[in-house]
Design a protein around this ligand. Structure first.
Ligand code: GRF
Length: 196
């Protein structure tokens, strides 16, 4: 199950990896909080795609409930936040503890937030990267599962740097899901230990 808000390129990379049987799973469904390109990408691949938009609900609580219900209906083994620009309700986070992961385009804890790539460039760092972490009750926070560095190059723009980061994300995301599905990740005192 993948939650998105944007182009859905990470979701598509995961779907491709599933099709190639690089992991023994399928993307059961894609949910977006808005109309976005990723929904079309999912539909093209024959993946059930839903829009659950806060504005369509009388209160934020109703939206959160609708989201929990829709995700729960698929009984997902893993839930991936792949560019999903919303904060989940605590009961959602608790229900999927240990199998709810987020993809973030920086080396957390550096540059959390919605503008991680721009913030890294503005700070003048020479190396940034991507993080896949378990979701906890703080934004862009939680035990780190996988991380990989990406070098900042002279003349990089937010777009060029983000493109290289996404290329790495597309490779790491199937691996992260596989580690969870194969029960190869152990959590101890907020730190993950991955079996070789
Ligand atoms: C990724 O870079 C991810 O790290 C961030 O949002 C981006 C999603 O891109 N949270 P896409 O929609 O998968 O192309």
């Amino acid at each position: 199950m993948v939650l998105i808000s944007g182009t859905g390129s990470a979701m598509e990379a995961l779907a491709v990896a599933c099709t190639r049987r690089e992991l023994a799973a399928d993307v059961a469904a894609v949910i977006a909080d808005r109309d976005c390109l990723g929904l079309k990408v999912a539909a093209k691949r024959g993946i059930p795609a839903f829009t659950i938009e806060p504005a369509h609900y009388p209160a934020r609580e109703d939206w959160k409930e609708a989201l929990i219900e829709c995700v729960g209906g698929f009984r997902p083994q893993v839930v991936v936040l792949a560019g999903f620009m919303r904060v989940l309700a605590p009961p959602f986070v608790d229900a999927y503890a240990g199998r709810l992961i987020n993809l973030h385009p920086s080396l957390l804890p550096a540059f959390p937030g919605a503008h991680a790539v721009r913030d890294a460039l503005d700070a003048g760092v020479k190396v940034t990267g991507t993080t896949i972490h378990f979701v906890d009750h703080e934004v862009d926070h939680g035990p780190i599962l996988l991380q990989e560095a990406v070098r900042v190059q002279a003349g990089d723009t937010v777009q060029s740097l983000h493109t290289r980061i996404k290329n790495v994300e597309h490779r790491l995301l199937p691996k992260a899901c596989r580690l969870i599905l194969e029960h190869k990740v152990k959590l101890h005192r907020g730190i993950t230990h991955v079996e070789p």
